[in-house]
Design a protein around this ligand. Structure first.
Ligand code: IMP
Ligand code: MG
Length: 371
């Protein structure tokens, strides 16, 4: 569950990848049963159908042929009414079973055009199989033979569908949503990479609230609160505080800042469970995580840096090389995979973290300005 931005608009995850795959598989099997002893030709309506077509024919149980035509009717988020044929039918379809694969049927203007295009092709049968259908806006008296899912009249993107050419490359379907009010950034990287230093600069520059889970836990430890005592028993050994404790603590920190323009999360999320919880929490508030910006520095440089910092920071976990190595081990085994988690959402931005503080800030800013 997450929110994404495409051009000037925001979209909230609406149908998961798994759900779409299940629907497509069911359609392929259903249609396969209908044409057991035939070789139908599936014609995809480009551009939107390409993912649907690819998944559909892989699930299709029998022989089949594949072709495409290209039509266009949409600009932005509403139909222009006029449908143009950009790439037409270029093979003989006489006597063939033709199944049209449409990504989505909305007003039905495109469908009407499809029926017109195929009316003089002498096909044996013409069938329509659309993945999505918006019954509330459909205006035509035309048959649709297979419908994957009926959905409300809200603009969607993903899984081949676009908003002004963006969004086709997402595996899930996203639905138009209101503009989030905040800018939320995860500042990411292994221990000692400079997250704290950069966060302090960036929070002033972008007027954001900086939440460092490590700093908050250390503050509780200093005041010897219940939470502090619990956290200490893990942190002193370079271990992670359990996810549920960290997530509750983080959410209560966010709640303390209802007027924030956004947050810089530093040291959170640290595990996939935390990342999923953060996505869910922000999405429920109508907010998104704009991106994960990650500082990248070679590990040996970091160990030296942390030992240096340990001389003045007073942090037990900064002074002992074995503990530092253990923190890296924890990072590699439990945290580093978050890179994949955010890459899948097209939200991971790696930045060279070696150099002057000011240079690194400007590298970070180049990314953050565009989020
Ligand atoms: P129709 O001609 O109004 O039925 O619209 C069909 C075409 O409009 C589809 O093939 C899509 O290209 C586009 N379209 C309709 N609804 C949506 C939507 O919610 N998201 C993205 N494209 C859409
Ligand atoms: Mg289309």
């Amino acid at each position: 569950m997450s929110i994404i931005r495409l051009h000037d608009k925001y979209f909230k995850q609406y149908i998961s990848e798994d759900k779409i795959q299940a629907v497509v598989k069911k359609m392929a099997q259903e249609i396969g049963r209908e044409y057991q002893n035939e070789t139908p030709i599936f014609i995809g309506i480009l551009n939107g159908c390409f993912m649907y077509m690819a998944d559909f024919i892989r699930e299709y149980p029998g022989n089949c042929e594949v072709s495409f035509v290209k039509l266009a009717s949409y600009t932005g988020t509403s139909s222009t009414g006029a449908v143009k044929q950009l790439v037409g039918v270029n093979q003989d379809l006489e006597g063939r079973i033709v199944v049209i694969l449409e990504d989505i049927i909305d007003t039905g203007n495109t469908l009407e055009e499809i029926y017109k295009i195929f009316s003089d092709k002498k096909v044996k049968q013409l069938k329509i199989a659309t993945l999505f259908f918006k019954p509330d806006v459909f205006r035509k008296e035309l048959p649709i033979d297979h419908i994957g899912m009926s959905i409300p009249d809200k603009f969607i993107v993903g899984y081949g569908l676009d908003y002004d050419n963006l969004g086709r490359n997402f595996g899930a379907i996203y639905q138009l949503t209101t503009k989030p009010k905040m800018k939320n950034i995860v500042l990411f990287g292994p221990p000692g990479v400079g997250k704290g230093t950069q966060a302090a600069i960036l929070k002033a520059k972008y007027n954001l609230v900086h939440i460092s889970t490590g700093d908050i836990f250390r503050d509780h430890i200093k005041r010897q609160t219940e939470l502090g005592k619990l956290a200490q028993s893990f942190m002193d050994y370079g271990n992670f505080v359990p996810d549920n404790v960290t997530i509750d603590m983080l959410e209560s920190e966010i709640e303390k800042n209802p007027d924030a323009h956004g947050f810089i999360f530093d040291g959170f999320p640290r595990t996939p469970t935390q990342a999923v919880a953060l996505d869910k929490y922000l999405t429920e508030k109508g907010e998104l995580l704009n991106g994960m910006v990650a500082l990248e520095v070679p590990e040996e440089t970091l160990v030296t840096r942390i030992l240096e910092r340990g001389k003045t920071s007073g942090r037990a976990d900064d002074q002992d090389e074995a503990k530092i190595r253990h923190r890296f081990h924890e990072y590699h085994t439990k945290t580093e995979m978050l890179k994949d988690f955010y890459s899948e959402q097209h939200k991971y931005f790696g930045i060279n973290g070696v150099g002057l503080v000011t240079d690194i800030t400007s590298r970070l800013s180049q990314v953050i300005d565009n989020l």
